[in-house]
Design a protein around this ligand. Structure first.
Ligand code: G6P
Length: 607
């Protein structure tokens, strides 16, 4: 979602801000802007669409000054227009903002009574106007910003810049993360450390409710109660190689290709040195007394949870409920003390997942997070956080984070099976050995790329597509359909193969591609029957299977994609690859924006 950056530097701010905004592009946005202070004069430039429009504008109407703020906006209140883009300026103050101010209508009404009108429908303009109002009453910038922040309700990160103040930024965090970067005689602010990647590796994360007064001399931070506090400075190792495309055409392609390596990293992290034991960090749950598991997530992470439900139930005989975070948080389901609550999130900042976690606090026996960003809110607010070690994921459509989530969740399920006496040592050793071999298997499987391109050429002409799967392949069918609609804009649905006859079969005709995900496992024959039902009605079946499955399926499929054979328990991690590649190559064939699909955000930090 929106990205924030700020700089108090020794060089011209505009190019630095633009560069930092480029690094934030991956979050998804539809307009952008920057403001600087030059010889005390505050000025803004904003543009709709990609950053190139903003940089073009800056060529014609440059902004000088060594202090500035910048923003990429993902529209919430008000359309993506120049007027609604950030920074929002009101007289002597400019503001950039992530999140939503829930009481902005009430504040608007108050300002209207004081004779102050709005020009836009945005909540951010209200913040700027209220601060201006406070300054007009004689408050200094710092006091005015604090007085404004005290009035706000909602989840937000804010950054203020003031006319006449070339050495002052005020940053506030309440629900949306903000990082302060320390340079040599320079200071930076970013909505995540990636934004500051090329500027500094010395980062201080603000805590909930913190307000920071930033000058080139450093940051003075006060907590929600107004007490001066010191927050730790950490050195972040942003691996620059991982934040560029490394020769690939898109981040998504790079991230798909990285999977063997990052899954290997996750395995090394959670397996003993000889690879035969599962090592969880201190504070990890003891699965023996757990009565049930509740898993909560959004999007692709939710499908990782659905897959894990099969693993926990089949391997560890542990009942699991999986919920979409936005439903869970308002349904407020009863949580018994024997419940282990697991929250899965790449970013660790998804607003609904975080709210669900807070709902479970003090109710569940333990809150376990499976996250990619280790400094995230979900990681910090859970009892224990397991990193998936996928590295920075930039493509909006999640790929390597999904397979790393699956890897870590499978290890948890195996640990649970072991702790509950549901799995013998031999079977466990078997599965761990299969897991250790998975990076190599995935490397071999990359060879399906050419076959997938053929499938994609055909899919690109379709108006909609169906993905079918049974058992562990059912969540994969859902994920395959999600990937395809996210980046190719083709309507796609995932269905449990057994449900075909209860509705979707009515859609089948010769224009409907049906992708069947089916390794040759115990359920294969049943899936083949469903496939025959599709083919009998003229549907074009793309079978994704292994060699045995392809041989057993017989004639009549439109195309077949053959993966290496793995233990059926491990198949979801391997079968994620064709699901991702099908979407990727279809999007390429259609010419859509693969890394930043329209309307989508990488991390959804508002409800
Ligand atoms: C957005 C992203 C998805 C992601 C979902 C959950 O919708 O576009 O790729 O799966 O959010 O995000 P999280 O960071 O919680 O995993």
């Amino acid at each position: 979602m929106c990205g924030i950056v700020g700089v108090l530097g020794n060089h011209e701010a505009a190019p630095i801000l633009l560069d930092a905004l480029k690094r934030l592009e991956y979050r998804g946005y539809d307009s952008a802007g920057i403001a600087t202070v030059n010889d005390g004069v505050l000025d803004c430039r904003r543009a709709v669409g990609k950053l190139v429009n903003l940089s073009d504008l800056l060529v014609h109407r440059p902004l000088a000054g060594k202090a500035g703020i910048g923003h990429t906006r993902w529209a919430t209140h008000g359309a993506p227009t120049e007027a609604n883009a950030h920074p929002h300026r009101a007289g002597p103050v400019a503001v950039v903002h992530n999140g939503i101010i829930e009481n902005f209508r009430e504040l608007r009404a108050e300002l209207a009574e004081a004779g102050i009108g709005h020009e836009t429908e945005t909540d951010t303009e209200t913040v700027a106007l209220l601060t201006q109002h406070h300054m007009a009453q004689g408050m200094a910038p710092e006091a005015a910003a604090q007085a404004t922040i005290a009035r706000l309700r909602g989840a937000y990160a804010l950054l203020f810049l003031f006319e006449g103040e070339g050495d002052l930024l005020i940053a506030a965090r309440a629900g949306s993360p903000l990082a302060i970067g320390h340079g040599a005689g320079e200071m930076f602010v970013g909505s995540d450390a990636i934004a500051l990647g090329d500027l500094t590796d010395r980062i201080t994360y603000l805590e909930e409710g913190d307000i920071a007064v930033v000058t080139r001399a450093g940051a003075v931070i006060r907590d929600a109660a107004g007490r001066r506090v010191s927050r730790a400075e950490t050195r972040i190792a942003i691996d620059h190689a991982r934040v560029d495309k490394a020769g690939h055409r898109h981040f998504m392609a790079k991230e798909i290709a990285e999977q063997p390596v990052v899954i290997g990293d996750a395995l090394r992290h959670f397996l003993s040195e000889d690879g035969t034991g599962i090592v969880l960090p201190e504070g990890a749950p003891d699965f023996a007394p757990v009565e049930r598991i509740v898993m909560v997530a959004c999007g692709t992470a939710h499908y990782a949870c659905l897959t894990a439900k099969y693993w926990f139930e089949q391997l560890a005989r542990l009942p699991v409920e999986v919920d979409i975070a936005s439903e869970f948080r308002y349904r407020e389901p009863p949580i018994t003390p024997g419940t282990l609550a697991i929250f899965v999130s790449q970013s660790g900042e998804t607003a609904d997942t975080l709210a669900a976690l807070r709902h479970c606090r003090d109710r569940a026996a333990r809150l376990l997070a499976v996250i990619n960003v280790e400094t995230s809110s979900i990681a910090r607010e859970s009892d224990v956080a397991l990193p998936i070690l996928a590295g920075a994921e930039i493509g909006v459509a999640s790929t390597k984070a999904f397979t790393c989530q699956l890897t870590v969740l499978l290890l948890l399920a195996l640990r649970a099976a072991q702790a509950r006496g549901e799995m013998g040592a031999e079977r466990l050793a078997d599965l761990l050995s299969g897991l250790r071999g998975l990076p190599a298997t995935l490397n071999t499987a990359m060879a399906i790329d050419a076959d997938v391109r053929e499938v994609a050429r055909d899919l690109a002409g379709a108006a909609s597509a169906l993905f079918l799967g049974r058992g562990l392949m059912y969540p994969l069918a859902l994920e395959g359909a999600l990937k395809l609609k996210e980046i190719s804009y083709i309507h796609a649905e995932g269905y449990a193969s057994g449900e075909l006859k209860h509705g979707p079969i009515a859609l089948i005709d010769e224009t409907m591609p049906v992708i069947v995900m089916a390794p040759c496992d115990a359920l294969f024959e049943k899936t083949v029957s469903n496939m025959q039902e599709v083919m009998a009605r003229g549907g074009r079946v793309v079978l994704v299977s292994d060699a045995a499955g392809a041989a057993a399926a017989g004639e009549g499929t439109f195309r077949t994609i053959i993966l290496p054979t793995v233990d059926p328990v491990l198949a979801p991690i391997l079968f994620a690859l064709p699901a991702q590649l099908i979407a990727y190559h279809t999007a390429i064939a259609k010419g859509t924006d693969v890394d930043q699909p329209r309307n989508l955000a990488k991390s959804v930090t508002v409800e």
